[in-house]
Write a protein that binds this ligand. Structure first.
Ligand SMILES: [Zn+2]
Length: 249
């Protein structure tokens, strides 16, 4: 059984199926949201393994805000466009966070993927970022055009390196990346708040734990909140939001 190995590291983790059922029942039961009027967005790593997380089976057509490591690279433009696409009378739902693999022996940062016998890294982008940060060999800025997300991910982890001289471990990196994804997403929503015509933005954040194909994936939920865009205070007014093209994204 994989569950005890997962719970050693993430005691509150539950299967993706359980999480999906719990939260979708909650928002339809408690808040009366109509499932066919919810626009779903994700800020998750683009790794194909995350498609198997059960939310995607229920809420199709997600707006993709994330990229390598799960950071919301789509930025203000992406969040404004998402805000404009929410069905009339509907709600917005954003599921966000990084991911980490676990082997059948309980090793974090690696996994056995569908159709493969060997292990690969998960999250591969985070593992690469750590390798470079720990060795003190960051990517050269001239690679920016060809590897922009990876560079931004590595830059986002640098406070961890500055905080201590020891090598950063993958579990610390995934926890810190959760914080980075969350704070950036909240900043973006705050900046774009006037563009949401809906009354509710459901935000569900956690760390996805990828397992071998014969097991469920797990999710360690860290935060769930419901925001009313009209009540988000202290927005930093971003002037580009006033341009015509932004209004029609
Ligand atoms: Zn990844």
């Amino acid at each position: 059984m994989i569950e005890p190995l997962i719970k050693e590291h993430f005691p509150n983790a539950k299967t993706g199926a359980e999480i999906t059922e719990t939260y979708l029942n909650f928002i339809s039961g408690e808040y009366g949201s109509e499932m066919d009027k919810i626009l779903f967005a994700t800020s998750l790593c683009c790794d194909d393994i995350n498609v198997s997380t059960d939310f995607r089976r229920v809420l199709t057509r997600p707006f993709t805000l994330g990229g390598l490591g799960g950071l919301p690279y789509a930025g203000i433009t992406g969040v404004v466009a998402f805000a404009h696409h929410v069905p009339d009378g509907g709600d917005a739902f954003i599921f966000y966070g990084p991911h980490i693999g676990i082997t059948d022996d309980g090793v974090l940062g690696e996994m056995r993927r569908p159709g493969q016998q060997h292990l690969t890294n998960s999250c591969g982008a985070l593992v690469l970022a750590l390798e470079r940060l720990n060795s003190g060999r960051p990517v050269l800025p001239e690679q920016y055009e060809l590897d922009a997300q990876q560079l931004m991910l590595e830059r986002s982890l640098s406070p961890l390196k500055e905080a201590g001289s020891k090598d950063i471990q993958i579990k610390d990196a995934v926890n810190f990346t959760y914080y980075n994804v969350r704070t950036r997403l909240l900043m973006l929503i705050k900046a774009a708040r006037s563009e949401f015509k809906c009354n509710r933005i459901f935000l569900l954040g956690g760390i996805i734990i990828n397992t071998s194909p014969e097991f469920h994936d797990y999710v360690d939920i860290r935060d769930f909140e419901v925001l009313d865009p009209k009540k988000i205070e202290d927005p930093e007014i971003i002037s580009i939001l006033e341009s015509k093209a932004f209004k029609a994204l």
